[in-house]
Design a protein around this ligand. Structure first.
Ligand SMILES: Cc1cc2nc3c(=O)[nH]c(=O)nc-3n(C[C@H](O)[C@H](O)[C@H](O)COP(=O)(O)O)c2cc1C
Ligand SMILES: Nc1ncnc2c1ncn2[C@@H]1O[C@H](COP(=O)(O)OP(=O)(O)OP(=O)(O)O)[C@@H](O)[C@H]1O
Length: 216
């Protein structure tokens, strides 16, 4: 599987450790919940793009280790998991097109939701049983506070398990992984979108450090 091979070949032991821990969380989720009751929350951003490839690697390892897939079977290189995208009418067109193109490239059955998160999830859970949802939340995101790799949804939210495989990944880990695995990411990042976001979000310190290192 090309993602697993790329991380191994990099010789980066720190990345390997984070990768192993994240993929282990993915495999645990597949062991704990029926596959059709798990969803992936994908917004085309860098963090959920990392997560997509970890899900593919975890799915492949899960299928091959459980004897349900042959290593030469190319169909298990993609993880055909229900994928939800909350489309925001004010989102950049590049984000929408990257999200739709990526879903099509990797065979993700994409469900687009055009309401707010809470009512969208409420409707989703009423329509189909959903026990666990994968998110690309990382420590440092405002909504990561108090969360662990497995965190039940908050009181007042519909009940499901939030699974955050990359909670302990830094900004640098995310970019090392995307570049090492040579996977596509949204074109806006090459136009400085991320630094713009960092400066206007709560990760301002991280952005200053990156700029400082770039100019050092
Ligand atoms: C699948 C999914 C599950 C979520 N579950 C919760 C939750 O249990 N509790 C909560 O306070 N917010 C929850 N949220 C909202 C997020 O914490 C956060 O508001 C969202 O990711 C967007 O952040 P933004 O406002 O920076 O765009 C959820 C969002 C998504 C997409
Ligand atoms: N519009 C959305 N549609 C689907 N999932 C979403 C959406 N917004 C956020 N999520 C999920 O919540 C996670 C955390 O979102 P948040 O906005 O805090 O992160 P982020 O740092 O901007 O991540 P990313 O780099 O993936 O955009 C995302 O990785 C994704 O799994």
């Amino acid at each position: 599987m090309e993602i697993d091979a790329a991380v191994w070949a990099s010789g980066d032991t720190a990345m390997r450790a984070k990768y192993d821990r994240a993929v282990y969380a993915v495999e645990r989720t597949f062991a704990l919940y029926p596959f059709e009751e798990i969803a992936f929350s994908f917004n085309g951003g860098k963090d959920s793009t990392v997560l997509l490839h970890l899900l593919r690697a975890g799915y492949y390892l899960h299928r091959t280790s459980s004897g349900n897939g042959d290593q030469t079977d190319r169909t298990i290189q993609n993880c055909p998991m229900r994928t939800i995208y909350f489309e925001d009418p004010s989102a950049f067109p590049e984000i929408n097109s990257f999200t739709y193109d990526t879903a099509s490239t990797y065979g993700l059955p994409l469900e687009t939701i055009r309401t707010d998160f809470k009512s969208g999830l409420d409707a989703l859970l009423k329509e189909k049983p959903t026990k666990a949802i994968f998110l690309g939340t990382r420590n440092g995101d405002p909504n990561a506070v108090g969360q662990e790799q497995f965190s039940p949804s908050s009181p007042g939210w519909p009940p499901f398990m939030r699974v955050n495989p990359i909670l302990d990944w830094s900004y640098r880990d995310v970019w090392s992984f995307l570049l090492t695995c040579k996977v596509k990411y949204c074109s806006l990042y090459d136009q400085g979108y991320d630094l713009f976001n960092l400066f206007h979000g709560t990760l301002r310190l991280e952005a200053y450090m990156i700029l400082f290192q770039m100019h050092a």
